[in-house]
Ligand binder design. Structure first.
Ligand SMILES: *Cc1c(COP(=O)(O)O)cnc(C)c1O
Length: 307
């Protein structure tokens, strides 16, 4: 098994005047410290998938991602550590002949074979590898027997991996809201499923226009992993900051202030958006006094030399 650096991950109180005024407490679940190269929720989601692959005697993982995909890097490193081959199908054929960016370079350095697809080919395969048997069989024919992981790594097994996060939180109850950012929804699905009765989960969507679609994804993962749906979660769609990867000036200022006050470096695409949303919601009175928020710090900032 892929060794974690630190499990269970630390849980730290995060006292802040703004939140105190709203009667809200905040704790940080430091999953960013879990593993240096397979951070946070990527490790949580990959764990059960890797175990299944090894148990089934698979020697190769295949997955999908964009030019800066954290999931691709995580799969490359995890596969390498377990002695498995890995293939990454990357969105953007124009990247094939361009100098590799830091993220693709890291995936290749970990032993991943990169294959570049046009946007339409990518949509046809990545978007349908789980739903369309022809696509799934086509991948097995082309790449041999392999474990195929969807873009972002969110499948039923991934959700069960993320369910370990609330299991590491003691005494959750009615006043608790466990919060995470939402990209594909796998992490939120797992967290909601792992909560004890009374506690709730809140996801903050980091992409624009996901309302309805993301709720459908979480419900689909719940049915696939647990055979039922859960009513203890919701997704906030008002704090995406203009879209995936966008960091408006106000969000950057919030992140820098938070880093200064609390001495923790914030990943911007997901973690900073999550925390900014929680401050905003608390300030607007969205949480009853006495609420205890636990924000899952799902990942690490890009390396300082990221180009
Ligand atoms: C990939 C990623 C997410 C998105 O998680 P989903 O399970 O796809 O919703 C959240 N936070 C960080 C830091 C990530 O790298």
């Amino acid at each position: 098994m892929l060794e974690p650096a630190l499990l269970p991950t630390p849980l730290v109180d995060c006292t802040d005047e703004v939140l105190a005024r709203a009667g809200v407490r905040l704790r940080l679940k430091r999953d960013d410290l879990l593993h240096p190269a397979v951070p946070g929720n990527k490790w949580r989601k990959l764990g059960p998938n890797l175990e299944a692959a090894v148990r089934q005697g698979r020697t190769r993982l295949l997955t999908f991602g964009g030019a800066y995909s954290t999931h691709l890097r995580a799969v490359a490193v995890a596969a390498g550590a377990l002695g498995l081959e890995s293939v990454g199908l990357v969105r953007g054929e124009e990247l094939a002949d361009a100098p590799r960016n830091w993220s693709l370079r890291a995936a290749e350095a970990a032993g991943m074979e990169l294959v570049f697809l046009s946007r339409s080919e990518y949509r046809e395969t990545a978007g349908r590898c789980e739903l369309d048997e022809d696509v799934a069989e086509g991948l097995q024919r082309r790449w041999g027997p392999c474990t195929v992981l969807p873009e972002g790594g969110s499948n039923a097994l991934a959700a069960t991996g993320a369910a370990a996060v609330p299991a590491e939180l003691p005494d959750l109850g009615e006043r608790d809201v466990v919060c995470c950012p939402v990209g594909t929804g796998g992490t939120l699905a797992g967290i909601a499923a792992g909560l004890p009765p009374g506690a709730r989960a809140l996801g903050v969507a980091v992409l624009r226009g996901g309302a309805g679609y993301l709720e459908g994804e979480v419900a689909r993962l719940h049915r696939a992993a647990y055979g039922r749906e859960f009513g203890n979660w919701r997704i906030d769609h008002d704090h995406h900051g203009g879209g995936y990867g966008r960091v408006p000036a106000g969000l950057e200022a919030f992140a820098e202030g938070f880093e200064r006050r609390h001495g923790i470096a914030l990943e911007r695409r997901y973690v900073a958006k999550l925390l900014a949303a929680l401050y905003d919601l608390a300030g607007a009175g969205a949480f009853p006094a006495g609420t205890r928020l636990t924000a899952v710090v799902t990942g690490l900032p890009d390396p300082p030399d990221a180009g």
